[in-house]
Design a protein around this ligand. Structure first.
Ligand SMILES: Cc1ncc(COP(=O)(O)O)c(C=O)c1O
Length: 392
């Protein structure tokens, strides 16, 4: 007899189970099985191989028996590599023992931070468009996402006045993501200084997801935690996933204030114990020896970005900003008179190009195009989009 106990609980019930990237991927997969040629521009999975030095180090770690639990907060040498990176590149005062927790990708870093910080009903200010998983992870932590829309005309950079206006007594944090998935927006140092001033004045946390920090094509990356007064109220999150094309290795990290870090670690420990031992060994080597791999990726992404923007500006009915970072474009399609879901389904059936509706990222009227596949492949996708859209 099936249980009469109610499920799922309110927390899981508040999560949308459909209407995301998965549905599009499933349909694209079905079409491929039917023999259709599909250009995938939906998923943010880089097409580069992981650096050889990281792969060699992981294999060596397995062969040498580094196959057991590590320190729960992460292997000491990896925590040292993370701390050293932030001291050297980001101007932050980070200590391997006091501030760093190694997690299973940025996803766990985000969830563990949310579960540590938010009380039920707390509000989290999130500039829109935003990475779709934020909504689910905030719901899992029983908090409430308060979206603050950005404007394409402003390069999708959030305005500090809009953040300030959204703050209420229930606001716990503002969640920043620069460079941004899906818009490619990069916040300037001045933007971050203004946001920092509001965070200090109104006494809120800043959670800064900097997964794409290496992929900035115009301007540079600034960590908000490096600004005066911010280290003690900022949680910085990143991962090996995008930087070195290591999405399957599942290594990320949290850099937290010293008094918060033990709680993040406790949460992480109870969620996953520790990150994979030999994957951590590989990431230590990526920090030490994969700068050239990253430089090559940046150059190639920039080349693809320039090509994507040229095409988007040449498609009637599309309007696009030039993404300053990451590997996504987020053109406006509102003039075509279809919502994002309708447009993306139509485009998939009509042109065999798989993209994601802006609705998934909290901004209807746009679609996300990921350009983390080979140059010619991406170009063929754009040519197909242009042909289909201009036949409407
Ligand atoms: C903005 C952002 N944060 C976090 C993640 C998750 O990263 P990871 O694969 O390291 O868990 C992604 C993945 O697409 C992302 O785009």
């Amino acid at each position: 007899m099936a249980t009469k106990k109610k499920f799922p609980n309110g927390r899981m019930a508040s999560i949308k189970m459909s209407g995301g990237i998965r549905e599009i991927l499933t349909r694209a997969g079905e079409m491929e099985e039917e023999g259709r040629s599909i250009i995938h521009m939906e998923i943010g999975r880089p097409d580069f191989d992981s650096p050889k030095c990281a792969k060699d180090a992981a294999i060596k770690a397995i062969e040498e028996g580094n196959v057991h639990y590590t320190d729960m907060a992460g292997a000491y040498d990896l925590r040292c590599a993370v701390a050293e990176k932030y001291r050297r590149e980001n101007g932050m005062d980070v200590d391997a023992d006091k501030n760093v927790v190694i997690t299973n990708g940025a996803m766990e870093a985000l969830t563990a931070s949310f579960l540590t910080l938010f009380e039920p009903g707390d509000e989290v200010i999130v500039p829109a468009p935003y990475f779709s998983a934020y909504a689910d992870e905030i719901a899992i932590s029983n908090a409430k996402l308060v979206a603050v829309p950005t404007k394409m005309e402003n390069g999708f950079r959030v305005r500090v006045d809009d953040i300030a206006a959204a703050i209420t007594p229930k606001t716990s944090a503002v969640l920043l993501n620069s460079p941004n998935n899906p818009s490619g927006a990069v916040l300037t140092k001045e933007d971050l200084e203004e946001i920092a001033a509001v965070a200090v004045e109104r006494d809120i946390w800043v959670i800064s997801d900097e997964c794409y920090e290496k992929f900035v094509y115009d301007g540079g990356h600034v960590s908000i935690a490096s600004l005066p007064g911010m280290a003690e109220r900022t949680v910085t999150i990143s991962a090996a996933s995008k930087t070195w094309s290591m999405t399957g290795w599942r290594i990320g990290w949290v850099v937290a204030p010293e008094d918060m870090r033990p709680y993040v670690n406790k949460c992480h420990q109870n969620l996953t114990t520790c990150a994979n031992s030999f994957a951590q060994a590989g990431v230590v080597e990526a920090f030490a020896g994969a700068d050239a791999d990253v430089e090559a990726m940046i150059a190639e992404y920039r080349r693809r970005r320039d090509m994507v923007v040229r095409w988007l500006n040449d498609i009637k009915g599309f309007e696009a900003a030039t993404p300053a970072g990451a590997f996504y474009a987020f053109p406006k399609i509102a003039a075509l008179g279809m919502d994002g879901f309708k447009f993306c389904s139509w485009l998939l059936e009509e042109a065999g190009v798989s993209t994601v509706p802006g609705e998934v990222f909290g901004m209807p009227g746009h679609i996300r195009i990921a350009y983390c596949r080979a140059y010619d492949y991406v170009e063929e996708g754009l040519a197909r989009i242009k042909k289909a859209v201009e036949s409407l």
